[in-house]
Design a protein. Structure first.
Lengths: 147, 413
């Protein structure tokens, strides 16, 4: 996608997309569609150390640090979570560790999906956001050590 | 002499009017509450009993000599009498108030279990137990070096009774079995299990979390040694429950927790225990919720358990027939005898997704493993979607759920 866009810009674009929807099913149709389109994570990455386990569904996530930017890939066994995961990747992936650490991720609340972040026990989504930021923090620390 | 048979008239609409929460909207739609196996909603009489207690006679019980303390004590002890009658216990002191089934089982595991189990002894549970009837036994097995044995479950969701008889031996000291499965609805043949276990010399605990609201409970007829109840599943408040135990066994058991109320005399050299049931009720109990539990039981008695059961059974039958018409659906738990629980999986659809989309249509169901992970593993599934019905549910609500399911599945596939 457009790497030149800031995190806030991408968040705003998602919010704009959602503002076109009148009903809950249109919103979920969009999220489910994003979930279905998310490139599956290779089986080799679906290891315990990449697993963010929720009580009901599971998220697997890997990250890599390239040219000063963090790239994420992830998957979930539940499609709505996968759609939300896909949006988080769309927003955060390809940015610098500092930008990711500072990201407020208010779009989730603004599109009316905050409840899914609150259900920490059931889906692991909040833990995934934390893990994404934690990875960014580690890359930032490594970067500073190498300088 | 004329004989009369009493027929109570069951009017679901009149019953619904007594549950204020059923009037609320969820996501702009009328609430359809099908998560009754997790917790039941409360009738107005229960809510009023809680308010009345705090507004009119809140006091600490048993030791106060003022009027409020007397009234509170009388109300608290009246619940014990009501429970005694409700489950047909022989003595009122066989009714111990706990926080719920989980605490009741832990109480038995830590007192009876720790005192009576030794290395080589066996505890027998089943493959459809809730985690609350697995983990306390694992903990006590670790302390005592006893072994946990498990009765397997068949494809229909029934206990494999031949295996039960093979597993049962002179080594079996405790059998702890769920009366009705929270995940599948299966009603287990507990009478048969209790009789066989007694012949083998074991004591039996029955987890009545799901059964008490639906089935007639007669602990003397069952002859179980322990029976555990949670108030919030029988239209009562949360945070209160019951452990029934046979008097002689309870008397021989050491206390669970130490503190006030449970003692007779305390000195630094030696403390003596209070009589039953107070020996097991240390500290100031949950007075308000205990008092309101009586209102819940009185409410069930007024409606009539038999009448409510007939209604719930009809709902289960209707829901099962309607669910079976949905493409790709499999019902998990098809036992011959069931309480009103319909658990299912839909091919290619994660239960969590289904739960989210049903919630958006105002339908509250439970999704996931229902705290029975070993059982889910036995069926090779991560979890199910579970609709569980109470006396206030209607066929029309089932129609709403079925339509909501069609819509959700269409979006997800």
């Amino acid at each position: 996608m457009s790497e030149s866009k800031s995190i806030a810009q991408i968040e705003n674009e998602i919010v704009d997309d959602f503002s076109l929807f009148d009903t809950w099913d249109e919103k979920y149709e969009y999220i489910i569609d994003m979930g279905k389109k998310l490139k599956p994570l290779e089986e080799e990455h679906k290891r315990d150390e990449n697993k963010i386990k929720g009580c009901q569904s599971t998220v697997w996530m890997v990250s890599e640090f390239k040219d000063g930017k963090v790239f994420y890939r992830a998957e979930s066994d539940a499609v709505i979570v996968k759609g939300l995961v896909s949006m988080l990747i769309l927003v955060l992936s390809g940015h610098t560790p500092k930008e990711i650490i500072d990201a407020k991720l208010e779009f989730i609340d603004r599109i009316g999906m905050k409840q899914h972040l609150a259900q920490t026990r059931s889906n692991g989504l909040l833990s995934m956001v934390k893990q994404m930021k934690l990875d960014a923090t580690v890359y930032l620390a490594q970067q500073q050590m190498n300088q | 002499m004329t004989q009369t048979i009493e027929h109570k008239i069951f009017n679901v609409h009149a019953i619904r009017e007594q549950f204020p929460i059923l009037n609320r909207m969820v996501k702009g739609k009328p609430l359809v509450y099908f998560d009754n196996a997790a917790t039941a909603q409360k009738p107005k009489v229960v809510i009023d009993a809680l308010t009345e207690y705090y507004e009119k006679y809140n006091a600490n019980i048993h030791r106060g000599i003022h009027s409020l303390a007397e009234e509170a004590t009388a109300a608290y002890e009246a619940t014990r009498d009501t429970i005694q009658q409700f489950i047909h216990a022989k003595h009122r002191e066989e009714i111990i108030f706990t926080r719920g089934v989980t605490e009741s089982i832990n109480l038995v595991a830590y007192t009876y279990g720790r005192t009576n189990l030794k290395a080589g002894d066996e505890i027998l549970i089943s493959g459809m137990e809730h985690h609350s009837n697995i983990v306390p036994w694992q903990l006590v097995a670790e302390i005592t070096d006893a072994t946990l044995k498990v009765i397997p479950v068949d494809e229909k969701g029934e206990l494999m009774m031949e295996d039960f008889y093979q597993l049962l031996s002179g080594k079996t000291k405790i059998v702890s079995i769920v009366h009705a499965s929270n995940s599948l609805g299966t009603i287990n043949p507990v009478k048969e299990i209790i009789d066989a276990a007694h012949k083998a010399g074991a004591v039996v605990l029955i987890d009545g979390a799901q059964s008490t609201v639906h089935l007639d409970i007669d602990v003397q007829e069952l002859d179980c040694d322990f029976f555990a109840i949670s108030s919030h599943k029988v239209y009562g408040p949360t945070g209160i429950g019951v452990l029934y135990g046979k008097k002689a066994i309870l008397e021989a058991m050491p206390p669970f927790m130490g503190g006030g109320e449970m003692i007779k005399e305390v000195s630094f050299e030696k403390t003596t225990w209070n009589d039953l049931p107070y020996k097991f009720e240390a500290g100031t109990p949950n007075i308000a919720d205990t008092v309101a539990l009586k209102a819940a039981i009185d409410f069930i008695n007024t409606v009539g358990k038999k009448e409510a059961r007939a209604h719930e059974d009809a709902l289960l039958q209707y829901a099962t027939a309607q669910l079976e018409t949905i493409d790709g659906i499999s019902l998990i738990g098809q036992a011959k005898h069931k309480v009103s629980v319909a658990s299912f999986v839909v091919e290619g659809v994660h239960p969590q997704d289904l739960g989210i989309l049903l919630d958006n249509q105002g339908v509250a169901v439970r999704t996931g493993h229902h705290c029975t992970q070993p059982l889910m593993n036995r069926f090779g599934i991560p979890g199910t979607t579970r609709a569980s019905f109470a006396m206030y549910n209607t066929k029309e609500e089932i129609d709403v759920m079925i339509a909501a399911l069609h819509k959700a599945i269409k979006l997800l596939r």
